[in-house]
Design a protein around this ligand. Structure first.
Ligand code: PEP
Ligand code: MN
Length: 343
C-alpha cells in the first residue's frame, strides 16, 4: 500500500502515519519529493485497511498496490492453469467447446441437444436443471429430475456434465450428479454459494456478474479458491451497458485482461452475451481469436418450443459451420480443439 501525503502535510502528519503503521505491525518507508511525500507500507494490507489512513490529517490518498485476490492471481503463479473435467482439459493449449440446451426440458430434447453438441465437437455437455430465472413465472427448471436426465444423457453420449447450482443448500445434491458446477451471473456475488461450491470437490465454472468489474469477478473466484478449490474456470457472458441491440455487451477485452491478472482459464459464452442466434457464430470466432480457452454455446433441437432462451440457441442447420469454426480457428492461435479423452 502507498500513502500519498497532501502538498501541505506537516512533519507531525507524516510521523503520525508512520506510528500508526508501526503499531499495526507494518513498516513505513518515507520518500520526500519536492512537493509531496509518499510513504510505502510493507505488511498486512488487510490490517492497514482497518486503520482508516485516508482519514488521517495530511493524507491525500491511500492506494492499494497488491491484489485483493491472492490465490487466483497470476503474481505468485506465473504459468496459466489448466482445469480438467473428467479428463477434458480447459486451459492455455486448447480450445474447449461446451454445448447443450440452456435448460433440460425432456429426456428426448436433452439427448438430441447433446448429440448436436457432440457433432459440432463439444467435449462437455451444458444444461440447466435449476434455472435462475428473472421472472418468477418463467420455467424454473426440472430440479433433481433434470439432473437425472443429464446423468442418463451422459451415460448415452459419454459427455461429462456442466450444470448450474443456484442455492447453497442444493450444492451437495447438484455435485452428486455434476462433473462441473456452474455459478451463474445472478449468483456471482452470492458469497455463501461461492464458499459452498468451493468446498464441494468439483471443478467450478464461475460466470461474471452482469455488473461486476473484473476485480470483483476475481475476488468472487477467490472465495471459491479460499475453500481449497483452484479448479475454477471463469466465463465472460456479457455485461450490462446502455446498449439494447444485444442482450448483454460481450466484453471481449476481459479475456486478455483476466489472463494477465489471473492464472485461471477463461471462456466466453456467446449465447448469453449476444442473446441472438445470428451473433453466436461471429462471437465464437472472436472468442477464439482473442485467446479464450473455450466457448459455451446453447443448442436446441426445436428452439421455437424451448422453455428458456430459444432465440439464442443454435439449430441443426448451424452445426456444420460451428464444427468448421472449431476445427479451423484454434489453429490460428496455435491451439487445438479439445478432444474427448475416450476418442
Ligand atoms: C445459463 O448459462 O444458463 C445462464 C443462466 O447464464 P447466465 O448466468 O450467464 O445468465
Ligand atoms: Mn440461458
Amino acid at each position: 500500500m502507498v500513502i500519498v501525503m497532501a502538498p501541505g502535510a506537516t512533519q507531525d502528519d507524516i510521523e503520525s502515519v508512520v506510528e500508526a503503521v508501526g503499531a499495526a505491525g507494518g513498516e513505513a518507508f518515507v520518500s520526500r519529493g519536492v512537493n509531496r511525500t509518499i510513504i510505502g507500507l510493507v505488511g498486512d494490507v488487510e490490517r492497514f485497511a482497518t486503520l482508516n489512513l485516508r482519514a488521517m490529517p495530511g493524507v491525500a490518498d491511500a492506494v492499494r498496490v497488491s491484489t485483493p485476490y491472492k490465490l487466483v492471481s497470476r503474481d505468485n503463479h506465473p504459468d496459466r492453469s489448466t482445469v480438467t473435467v473428467q479428463g477434458v482439459p480447459i486451459g492455455p493449449d486448447t480450445v474447449t467447446l461446451i454445448a447443450g440446451p440452456c435448460a433440460v426440458e425432456t429426456p428426448q430434447q436433452t439427448l438430441e441437444a447433446a448429440e448436436m453438441a457432440k457433432a459440432a465437437g463439444a467435449t462437455l455437455l451444458r444444461g440447466g436443471a435449476f434455472k435462475p430465472r428473472t421472472s418468477p413465472y418463467a420455467f424454473q427448471g426440472l430440479g433433481e429430475a433434470g439432473l437425472r436426465i443429464l446423468a442418463d444423457v451422459r451415460e448415452k453420449t459419454g459427455l461429462p456434465i456442466v450444470t448450474e447450482v443456484v442455492d447453497a443448500h442444493d450444492v451437495a445434491l447438484v455435485a452428486s450428479y455434476a462433473d462441473m458446477l456452474q455459478v451463474g451471473t445472478r449468483n456471482a456475488q452470492n458469497f455463501a454459494l461461492l464458499q459452498a461450491v468451493g468446498a464441494a470437490g468439483k471443478p467450478v465454472m464461475l460466470k461474471r456478474g452482469m455488473t461486476a468489474t473484473i476485480e470483483e469477478w476475481l475476488m468472487a473466484a477467490e472465495y471459491i479458491a479460499q475453500r481449497g478449490n483452484l479448479d475454477i474456470v471463469l466465463c465472460e457472458r456479457g455485461i450490462r451497458t446502455y446498449e439494447t441491440a444485444t442482450r448483454n455487451t460481450l466484453d471481449i477485452s476481459a479475456v486478455p485482461v483476466v489472463q494477465r491478472l489471473s492464472h485461471l482459464p477463461v471462456i466466453i459464452d456467446p449465447s448469453h452475451s449476444g442473446g441472438r442466434r445470428d451473433l453466436v457464430l461471429p462471437l465464437s470466432r472472436a472468442a477464439i481469436a482473442v485467446g479464450a480457452d473455450g466457448v459455451i454455446i446453447d443448442v436446441h433441437p426445436h428452439p421455437e418450443q424451448a422453455l428458456c432462451d430459444g432465440p439464442q440457441a443454435l439449430v441443426d442447420g448451424d452445426l456444420d459451420e460451428l464444427a468448421q469454426i472449431m476445427q479451423e480457428f484454434p489453429k490460428l492461435v496455435s491451439r487445438t480443439l479439445t478432444t474427448s479423452p475416450s476418442a
